[in-house]
Write a protein of this length. Structure first.
Length: 359
């Protein structure tokens, strides 16, 4: 029997991905020139589908990178001259903080314990150029409530706000005018093989990058923001990109459009609710995030303590693979992905199995 991956990433492929991979090979997509008219059309279609799925405003550009990790460096390089404020409440938000610091930026930390969120009602004073928000902290299962984004705009109107939505896009339903950039990698919620990052940036970001370049503060690297945008205008990329994945992303997003993003998003809420409900009633297992307002719908983190290996093996025997705890929580937690490819039936089955587990 085939295994079903509920790991937070890489994860189960979107259920139509296999078909599209076969078609891509039949069409010879990996062999065509990345400068050909045919490939420009593929990029154009992928971007149009993403724009429609996310209802992305016209002042946003859709760019491809190698990963979300790359975007952390590109943001540091192109959007920050000196100062950056980082919400840090887990391993991924901390990695971005460190990336900006390593690139010589003056970083301010607004941190809190794993499983919680830094205090958004007590924001530090300062003229920060950039605010880093992690919408879904994949290491802890904490969701940054998007209603808080308004507070950031009010307090820091000049700052560019960038949102790490790696494990929540396209479930994340955001007002794009309240932020300036959103980014993701495709191996999580989009259900594709790893190796492609998606970076959505608005014109404010472009203006900042132009200012920094004019002052001689940035380097004209192949993936500088300005170069990425210039190439994207012709539906091209600076280097030979992950063509297969760009094609697959366009197709999977088209399938999501046909299903309907509203349905996909409401199913995510439903599936998360049955899992959290079961966990709240469970005698041994508990959700790691105690505040229901901060609980992620797409990555559910469970305190499993000394039962971790037992539960993971029990589920693996039933061909269901869940993720282990991240970093310091390895061995005491499991992490369950609830992505668009996981059907209601599959998720109900997983919930039942966990409920029936007994130590
Ligand atoms: C996985 C993940 C990343 C890193 O993605 P890569 O594709 O490995 O670069 C960044 N942020 C969050 C929240 C993630 O879950």
């Amino acid at each position: 029997m085939r295994k079903l991956y509920f790991t937070p990433g890489p994860s189960e492929l979107y259920f139509t991905a296999e078909h599209h991979i076969k078609m891509a090979l039949q069409y010879g997509i990996p062999s065509i020139s990345h400068r050909s008219k045919q490939f420009q059309e593929i990029i154009k279609e992928t971007k149009a589908n993403i724009r429609e799925l996310l209802s992305l405003p016209d002042d946003y550009h859709i760019l491809f990178t190698t990963s979300a990790t790359e975007v952390w460096e590109r943001i540091s390089e192109n959007l920050i001259d000196e100062t950056s404020l980082h919400f840090v409440n887990g391993a991924f938000s901390e990695k971005f903080y460190k990336a900006a610091k390593n690139m010589g930026k003056k970083v301010t930390l607004l941190d809190s314990a794993w499983g919680s969120l830094p205090d958004v009602y007590n924001l530090p004073e300062g003229d920060f150029e950039h605010i880093a928000v992690t919408h879904n902290e994949t290491s802890t299962g904490v969701n940054f409530p998007i209603s808080h984004l308004k507070l950031l705009r009010q307090k820091y109107p000049e700052a560019l706000v960038t949102v790490d939505a790696v494990s929540s896009l396209p479930i994340l339903d955001i007002n794009y005018s309240e932020v300036d950039a959103v980014y993701a990698s495709v191996q999580k919620c989009f259900g594709l093989p790893a190796g492609l990052g998606l970076w959505l940036v608005n014109d404010r970001c472009l203006k900042r990058a132009e200012e920094l370049e004019a002052k001689g503060k940035t380097h004209k690297t192949y993936h500088s923001l300005l170069n990425l945008v210039d190439q994207s205008k012709n539906n091209q990329t600076p280097s030979t990109p992950n063509m297969l994945n760009i094609y697959l992303l366009g197709k999977v997003v088209e399938d999501m459009l046909n299903r309907g993003i509203k349905i996909i998003r409401s199913e995510a809420v439903y599936k998360a609710a049955i899992m959290y409900n079961m966990l709240d009633r469970h005698e041994v297992l508990t959700p790691f995030v105690s505040d229901p307002n901060l609980r992620s719908n797409t990555v559910i983190v469970v305190d499993t303590n000394e039962h971790t290996d037992d539960i993971m093996n029990y589920l693996a025997n039933k061909h269901m693979i869940v993720g282990g705890g991240y970093g310091k929580k390895k061995g005491t937690q499991i992490r369950i992905a609830n992505f668009p490819t996981h059907s209601k039936e599959q998720f109900e089955m997983l919930t039942d199995m966990i409920e029936q587990w007994s130590n």
